[in-house]
Design a protein around this ligand. Structure first.
Ligand code: KG4
Ligand code: ZN
Length: 381
């Protein structure tokens, strides 16, 4: 039996969790910084590090208390090494290193993207005795990432990841956040856009469809190179901006900005009476375009790679439309799709503790020189 304390601080959530054997969630504490970054419409790195410094000790203490264990009971600590904001990552890493030294417990370094994948594996193990069908294709879709990974388990129990697609510009969650900022709908954009989109017509405004051709190597020749599994959301984002400009929506946007200035955490219900039908249609059409693009490319890759299952994880995976559309499309293809619960879709430390478990078994420990890797990659390309 192995008890792991996970610590996560890669972006704007300070989180700690205790997980037993990569399968039993004993506690999961997340302290969000939304209120700090709200006035800026996005995460401000300096403020994020400061907030992590303030939160990390009480959050870790609470996770241990809620798990009804003591620091002595732990078998290992796990911490996010990257990718993420360097200053934010360093707070979690420095604290985890100090704690591991003080307790004489090993420390495991975890890639944040691997963590998002393990959020799903962890929850699957809570209700099933075997792993979900493998190989699987994982779409990690959040505020910082839109990546496709081919996921498999090696005979010795560790996991392998091959990156088969990624965004060439904005991450999908970033596009939600930027569109929300443009339309004066607060931060983060995903939850508000999801709720307001329900009141709009997703087919009202046509959005561009991104098709990215495979880059051929120098010696390869093809008249028409095949479409790659890469993503691009800048075209959709620019289409929203153009629509706002050509339909003279600036006035109503500025009005809304003024109405909600200083408001701590406005909800979609607060915004709704201040959003006209054209804007609701624009929001619904934007969300529809992003979801269709994510699903179309993921399903193409799944077919190409003949996987057994799909994993969809990361903050954007909390989106109900995305979930419903995936379920509908996937059952038509005879595939199965697995999502994390909403609480484990966004950043948390349970996923970090779960991803650390096979590394603990393999005795893959971090050395004293462990440092933040802001652009850490996952798997082979
Ligand atoms: O995984 P996460 O907590 O942090 C990163 O690793 O980036 O994801 C946060 C992102 C934000 O961009 C947020 O707008 C988006 O996930 N998000 C959503 C929803 N909930 C959060 N996007 C669409 N629909 C949602 N319901
Ligand atoms: Zn994340």
């Amino acid at each position: 039996m192995a008890l792991i304390l996970g610590i996560e601080s890669s972006c704007d959530e300070t989180a700690a969790a205790v997980v037993r054997d990569g399968s039993e969630l004993l506690s999961n504490v997340v302290s969000s910084q939304i209120a700090t970054h709200l006035p800026y419409g996005g995460v401000v790195p300096e403020l994020a590090s400061r907030e992590h410094l303030r939160a990390v000790v009480p959050v870790v203490r609470e996770a241990v208390e809620r798990a009804h264990v003591t620091f002595d009971d732990l078998d290992a600590l796990a911490v996010t090494q990257g990718p993420g904001l360097a200053g934010s990552l360093l707070v979690g890493i420095t604290y985890a290193k100090a704690l591991s030294f003080a307790l004489s417990k090993p420390l495991v370094a975890v890639n944040h993207l691997e963590g998002h994948i393990h959020a799903v594996l962890l929850e699957h193990r809570q209700t099933h005795s075997d792993e979900l069908p493998l190989p699987a294709l994982a779409l990690v879709v959040s505020g910082g990432h839109t990546h496709l990974y081919l996921v498999n388990r090696l005979p010795q129990g560790s996991w392998s990841y091959a990156n088969v697609g990624h965004t060439l510009d904005d991450a999908a969650g970033e596009a939600f956040d930027k569109v929300a900022k443009l339309l004066a709908l607060g931060y983060p954009g995903g939850p508000v856009i999801e709720a307001l989109a329900e009141h709009g017509n997703p087919h009202a405004i046509s959005m561009p469809r991104s098709q990215i051709k495979t880059k051929l190597k120098r010696h390869e020749k093809a008249e028409d190179p095949p479409e790659s599994f890469d993503f691009s959301f800048s075209g959709i984002k620019t289409a929203v901006l153009r629509f706002v400009e050509t339909h003279a929506m600036q006035g109503s946007i500025e009005q809304r900005r003024a109405n909600f200035a200083g408001d701590q955490n406005p909800t979609a219900d607060d915004f709704l009476p201040h959003v006209d039908q054209l804007t609701l249609d624009l929001i619904a059409s934007f969300q529809h375009a992003v979801i269709q693009d994510l699903i179309r490319k993921t399903l193409r890759a799944a077919e190409d790679m003949e996987v057994q299952a799909l994993i969809v994880t990361g903050g954007v995976a909390a989106n109900s439309r995305l979930r419903a559309e995936f379920h509908k499309r996937v059952s038509a293809e005879g595939l199965r799709v697995f999502f994390p619960s909403r609480g484990l879709s966004t950043d948390n430390a349970a996923m970090i503790a779960a991803a650390a478990y096979p590394k603990l078994l393999a005795r893959e420990f971090a050395g004293a020189h462990l440092s933040a890797e802001a652009s850490l990659r996952l798997g082979e390309n």
